[in-house]
Write a protein of this length. Structure first.
Length: 141
């Protein structure tokens, strides 16, 4: 079982939350649940409605889009983060490549944290804007 301190450190290593203060990270950590999944377990199924995001604490996952492998991710990565903001369909399938320990961030609980500490919203928007700019540069130069 991961301690609250380890949860905070895991969240701090996620680019999406890297600019958050310790207080903000503790609030987000309280809104998470730890789960263990075995190798081969389906975490996210492309096309299905998303209701949570997953922070990888230990282990590795494979991300596939339309059946094609697009990434291998490990500790400090987050998958499903768009589901924290909307209820749109998942854009990729994610499967445990090894046994994994994950922090699950439920959308409803996360939105409650944002209502309580609005400054997190500003930091998340800046982080997401940065990610969009990176994707734009990669796609269009």
């Amino acid at each position: 079982m991961v301690s609250n301190k380890q949860q905070v450190e895991s969240l701090r290593n996620v680019k999406l939350f890297s600019s958050c203060t310790d207080k903000e990270l503790r609030k987000v950590a309280k809104a998470t649940d730890e789960v263990s999944m075995t190798e081969g377990t389906l975490i996210i199924d492309q096309g299905q409605t998303g209701r949570e995001a997953f922070v990888i604490v230990e282990g590795e996952v494979i991300v596939r889009r339309n059946g094609r492998k697009v990434a291998e991710l490990g500790a400090g990565s987050v998958v499903g983060e768009m589901s924290l903001l909307d209820k749109g369909p998942r854009t990729a399938t994610v499967v445990c490549q090894t046994d994994c320990t994950l922090l699950v961030i439920d959308q409803r609980r996360f939105l409650g944290v944002l209502d309580e500490i609005p400054s997190i919203s500003h930091k998340l928007m800046a982080s997401l804007a940065s990610k969009i700019r990176e994707l734009d540069r990669a796609s269009f130069g």
